[in-house]
Write a protein that binds this ligand. Structure first.
Ligand code: FE2
Length: 321
């Protein structure tokens, strides 16, 4: 992540309860970085390394970072133009800052706010394609509730059965993005059927969530064959939190339940899921199936599918083969 992007996300993550207790009464949304310096310097240090520094400023002690040779102060705006006395800055260790119980708790809270935003941002493009607000909000609700590991693990634990782009950290998210992209291409081609806008949104919701429990309710470290069952039940168990009807929740749940197609057995060989039958069920399975073909090569840039593949370079490469 770039530092500017982190600043944007932190601006939305700083809240009154992450502000240091002494300044909390003065905190407001117009000056969100007020009283957030120590915990922000810890987050910057988590992501970019370098040193955490402490100096004096108009309102007392102030924390900032040095990364490489550069001074990075993401909470300077709280001083409304006053410049902290960086020349008197001294290094402080993480342990020193986290030794304070209140700082530690506020740091954990800020991190939680930030991770929540990062999660939502990951599917910004895909969520923006969902036109119906209730379907979009319901999808976001479930995305907020699924295990953290979903956003971190590769699509294949062995690395053997999925294309390169879906391996490594965040690989499962990239797999879902490619499946979602294939879905959009299928929607564009009426030869594969026409769907009303609302049905399209429900299909998008199902496909975005289909692998939410890929490694089980807690991360088992490998693909859990029951993952479609877990997610489809999770949707129904939480239908009261969703803004879609029970019937629509059933529809989405069913699309998820059948997404594995013929691979519908547990390790002991027992059939645990129905196979897809309706055209919507077949479509979700097809998109997931195609996105996991080993030969597929999709370019990603900053975790988004790259449409502007360097065609000249690719053509030159193919001529040399
Ligand atoms: Fe999948």
């Amino acid at each position: 992540m770039e530092i500017e992007k982190l600043k944007q996300l932190l601006t939305l993550s700083w809240k009154k309860d992450t502000c240091s207790p002494g300044l909390r009464d003065k905190w407001n949304e117009e000056n969100p970085s007020l009283g957030q310096c120590a915990i922000t310097s810890l987050i910057v240090n988590d992501l970019f390394g370098g040193k955490i520094m402490r100096c004096m400023a108009s309102s007392g002690s102030h924390y900032y970072n040095i990364i490489g040779n550069e001074l990075v102060d993401l909470t300077i705006e709280q001083f409304l133009g006053d410049i902290p006395q960086y020349e008197s800055g001294e290094e402080r260790t993480r342990e020193y800052l986290l030794g304070n119980e209140d700082t530690k708790n506020r740091y954990m809270l800020l991190n939680k706010n930030l991770q929540g935003l990062i999660r939502k941002n990951v599917f910004n493009i895909e969520l923006s394609r969902i036109q119906n607000q209730s379907v979009r909000k319901s999808t976001e609700t479930i995305l907020d509730m699924i295990p953290d590991y979903f956003y971190e693990i590769p699509a294949s634990s062995s690395g053997k059965y999925h294309p390169i782009f879906s391996l490594g950290e965040g690989g499962l998210v990239r797999h879902v993005k490619v499946a979602m992209r294939i879905l959009e291409e299928m929607f564009r081609d009426e030869a594969f059927g026409t769907y009303d806008d609302y049905t399209k949104d429900l299909i998008r919701m199902a496909l975005m969530l289909h692998d939410g429990f890929k490694s089980g309710k807690t991360n088992s470290g490998h693909t859990c064959s029951e993952h479609p069952v877990i997610m489809s039940e999770f949707i129904l168990d939480n239908k009261d939190k969703l803004l879609i009807s029970e019937e629509d929740a059933q529809f989405v749940s069913r699309l998820i339940l059948t997404h594995m197609g013929p691979w519908n057995k547990d390790k002991a060989g027992n059939v645990i899921m129905p196979v897809p039958k309706t055209r919507e069920e077949l479509l979700v399975h097809l998109c997931d199936y195609m996105a996991s073909r080993n030969f597929l090569n999709v370019s990603f840039e900053n975790n988004e599918i790259c449409d502007s593949v360097d065609r000249e370079k690719s053509l030159a490469l193919s001529k040399n083969r």
